[in-house]
Design a protein around this ligand. Structure first.
Ligand code: ATR
Length: 271
């Protein structure tokens, strides 16, 4: 009998997580079944309780439920508690629900795959919503020279910077008067979903620098196109982060760390 897991999102139809976890299970020989499920927008808590009652071992959580998952967890990893968002729930035999957030580790591992080591880098993080909040602590723990958060609503970026000030050199503000250039720009805004580009000033990316969009798709996002035109040496999408956060969730649940490079290649070839 396989142990069962799921990813919960709304919508969830296009999630790559079932394919990724099926590849992990086959590679590691773990007896795992993983499916995509869609709770009603107002029914997340009841849905999770039902999964627990049906004997599932855990689930991943994606938009728009990451904050609700955080609130629902009876125990949180230190990082998840600070992130205010959870993407990995583990159902314990005694009924407790442990919450973790593997997004930030996923981003850092994917950057490392491409030889982008944050220590000493000047990083510009675009956006001050949940996606940014989820990756701030792991990024700062890598000791970049500077991490600046830019947001349309500057106050949100300043507040976020303040909340994470204990972890390193982090500041926040709007898109004007940015003190560039930056070695690495990470797009954590929702702009790509709408086919939009954050209002980036010219000259903000160092010639030959790196650009990373947390979104992914068959085509480059507007931000990736912008970076290509503005002299980026490396332009990356978020598919690697997706695979890496999944690997970390798999490790939390199974105690086994899957190899990710071949899985990323397979998933990319299916985009
Ligand atoms: P979540 O918490 O799920 O990430 P969110 O709180 O709506 O979602 O955050 C989305 C982020 O993308 C915010 O930083 C938002 O900027 P504002 O805080 O100013 O709203 C940013 N964002 C969304 N659309 C954008 C766009 N077209 N250009 C630039 N930033 C955008």
């Amino acid at each position: 009998m396989s142990d069962r897991y799921a990813v919960l999102g709304n919508p969830v139809k296009h999630s790559r997580s079932p394919a990724i976890h099926a590849l992990f299970a086959r590679q590691t020989g773990q007896a795992v079944r993983y499916e995509a499920l869609m709770p009603a927008l107002d029914g997340f808590g009841a849905f999770v309780a039902d999964l627990q009652a049906r004997g599932l071992r855990g689930c991943n959580v994606t938009l728009p439920f990451k904050q609700e998952a955080w609130a629902l967890a009876t125990g949180l990893s230190e990082h998840a508690r600070r992130a205010g968002a959870v993407n990995t729930l583990s159902f314990q035999p005694d009924g407790r629900i442990q919450g973790a957030n593997t997004d930030g580790v996923g981003l850092v591992r994917d950057l490392q795959r491409f030889g982008i080591a944050p220590p000493g880098l000047r990083i510009l993080l675009l956006g001050a919503g949940g996606a940014s909040r989820g990756v701030l602590q792991p990024l700062l723990e890598q000791a970049p020279e500077q991490l600046h958060i830019a947001n349309r609503t500057p106050e949100k970026a300043r507040e976020l910077a303040q909340a994470f000030a204990a972890f390193g050199a982090v500041s926040g503000g709007g898109y004007t008067a940015l003190d560039g250039p930056f070695d690495l720009i990470i797009n954590a805004t929702a702009a790509s979903i709408a086919g939009d580009l954050p209002p980036l000033p010219a000259g903000i990316l160092l010639e030959g620098g790196s650009a990373y969009d947390m979104m992914y798709g068959a085509e480059p996002t507007p931000f990736m196109d912008w970076a290509q035109v503005h002299g980026a040496g490396r332009v990356l999408d978020g598919l690697g982060m997706l695979v890496e956060q999944a690997a970390e969730s798999f490790y939390i649940w199974r105690g086994v760390r899957p190899e990710t490079t071949s899985v990323l290649e397979t998933v990319r070839s299916r985009l």
